[in-house]
Design a protein. Structure first.
Length: 173
């Protein structure tokens, strides 16, 4: 076993996102479809960035549910930051929502610095989770909701599968 131990860490790093998806997490989906109207975010604290109204019709929004303890969530943070930078000028705003206490989230976000360069908020007593995750049958994190300018949820899926539906949505007239 020790002979092959050097392979375990890289192999585990490659398999963790897939394990999260297969274990009842938010599965990737590449099709755009109307999943209903987005609800306002119920936030107890905005940890990073300014407050956001995802129902304002001004921007395209990505609402991502995550936690500091979640390995696949931590792996998706650089990807979400990359997408935020890439699409910021096209009116796309990313918001990470955690249901953890501020005492846990704030130091984590501060330590991430520019690696987590998008809006971060704390859910108000699970209300946002209820309006998004529970209402749409999602049981695992990380999970992203893509909201179009009409305030409709256009896509739900794993954040690592967000590239294609986001491009599709932005290319629509």
């Amino acid at each position: 076993m020790k002979k092959y131990q050097f392979l375990i860490t890289p192999l585990l790093a490659l398999c963790l996102p897939l394990l999260g998806i297969l274990s009842g997490g938010c599965a990737p989906d590449v099709s755009l479809q109307n999943q209903g109207k987005a609800k306002e975010l119920s936030v107890s604290k905005w940890v990073k960035g300014e407050p956001v109204d995802v129902t304002d019709g001004k921007n395209v929004y990505v609402v991502e549910f995550w936690a500091t303890w979640c390995g696949p969530c931590r792996q998706s943070i650089p990807h979400l930051t990359e997408l935020q930078k890439k699409y910021k000028d096209q009116g796309v705003v990313f918001i990470g929502i955690s249901d953890e206490d501020a005492e846990v989230v704030e130091p984590f976000v501060a330590k991430q610095g520019e690696q987590m360069d998008y809006v971060v908020a704390i859910d108000q007593k699970g209300a946002t989770h209820k309006n998004y995750m529970a209402a749409h049958g999602q049981r695992g994190i990380p999970c992203s909701f893509l909201i179009n300018k009409e305030g409709e949820i256009a896509w739900i899926g794993h954040p690592l599968a967000l590239d294609i539906p986001l491009k599709q949505l932005l290319s629509q007239p």
